[in-house]
Design a protein around this ligand. Structure first.
Ligand code: AKG
Ligand code: FE2
Length: 364
């Protein structure tokens, strides 16, 4: 075994247990009522609602994404990552070209044991030109496509269309589960959404007890639609007791998780849950998350329909594009500081209590 760069080594408290808990996994939901029996939709809506509330994660089958499209992108991803580093680095992302190949991602300042290739669903993606809140200038992020595999672009673009359809179906079910009109969330994504898809490759790792494929984190976006292969390694922090639970691969299923934006929209009713990826000493692993994200100008804040005097908004509004640009900037500076997070916009409980007191005395 060669020397492993200490940048990969997790602090003792965050190292994985190598005998994972797989029992009582996350809910598995059959989406076929959407196409076959619209009468059964109510049951489906309540299953989705329960899964979002209790787990923040679930798997879906009969989801409508054609198997052919999925197989094609999985195969193209393998072909891309099998190339020499030198080739992959031709489409490397940097501070100017922020979308593309990357092999030195850090989560919570520890290096992840993985390499990635990102592409935006909308090309170009419109995004604020700077993090300055008073600067209204908008700039563009462009995808970078490698020479090989020559069909990668076409395959990725086709796949993106299919996952979009699934994302909208899921957003409808989530809206209905909250008692909102099915299309309540559409407006945030309609023009200039900032969604992107990531091809992940986790090579075999000689120190799987010390390093992680992706360190513990929550997804900052609205909704994640993840395809994982049959190797397994994704772990979700169970809400009921804080244990890390391994998500057992289900062939052709998608793993769905609520992101931070849905947590804010629902005023914490559906929470974004922490997860991480364990690596394997012998097997490489591939996964493909689609990070469904709203337009850059979206002001993210709790939905009025889901707040009340008794349940006041727990977050101040924040501009999604500025948030995203702030995050991207911190990818390239190896600062020993924490990334921007939604809890930075959280209204402290003491302040909420004061407001509640105020309304009580006004209503007296
Ligand atoms: O590879 C996986 O299973 C999950 C990856 C992940 O959580 C992420 O990229 O945000
Ligand atoms: Fe994630």
């Amino acid at each position: 075994m060669g020397e492993v760069d200490p940048a990969f080594i997790q602090d003792a408290e965050h190292r994985p247990k190598l005998s994972p808990i797989e029992a009582e996994g996350i809910p598995l939901i059959d989406l076929s009522p959407l196409t076959n029996s619209p009468d059964a939709i109510e049951g489906l809506v309540s299953e989705i609602g329960e899964a979002c509330k209790n787990w923040g994660f679930f798997q879906v089958i009969n989801h409508g994404v054609p198997l052919e499209q999925r197989k094609k992108i999985e195969d193209a991803s393998r072909r891309f990552f099998a190339q020499r580093s030198e080739e992959k680095r031709k489409v490397r992302r940097d501070a100017v070209k922020v979308i593309g190949y990357y092999d030195t991602e850090h989560t919570k300042n520890v290096r992840d044991w993985k390499e990635v290739f990102d592409f935006s669903v909308e090309d170009p993606t419109l995004i604020p030109a700077s993090t300055d809140p008073d600067d209204n200038e908008v700039s563009k992020w462009y995808n970078q496509w490698p020479e090989y595999p020559s069909d990668l672009r076409e395959i990725c673009e086709e796949y993106a269309k299919e996952t979009q359809k699934l994302a909208y179906k899921l957003l409808e079910l989530i809206a209905l589960s909250l008692g909102l009109p099915a299309d309540r969330f559409y407006g945030f994504f309609k023009d200039h959404q900032t969604s992107f898809i990531r091809l992940n490759h986790y090579p075999p790792c000689p120190v799987p007890h010390l390093a992680l494929g992706v360190g513990r984190h929550k997804d900052t976006i609205a909704l994640t639609i993840l395809a994982q292969d049959d190797v397994g390694g994704l772990e979700v922090k169970r809400k009921s007791d804080g244990e890390w639970i391994r998500v057992k691969p289900t062939p052709n299923a998608y793993i769905i998780n609520v992101g931070d934006i849905i947590q804010v929209w629902t005023n914490d009713r559906y929470e974004s849950v922490e997860h991480r990826v364990i690596v394997n000493p012998e097997k490489e692993r591939f996964s493909i998350p689609c990070f469904f994200s709203p337009a850059h100008y979206t002001m993210v804040k709790p939905l009025e329909e889901l707040t009340s005097e008794k349940n006041p908004a727990r977050y101040r509004a924040y501009n999604w594009g500025k948030f995203l640009v702030t995050r991207k900037g911190s990818n390239f500076r190896k600062l020993n500081v924490e990334n921007i997070q939604i809890y930075h916009f959280k209204i402290p409980d003491s302040e909420l209590a004061d407001r509640f007191e105020e309304t009580l005395s006004i209503n007296k």
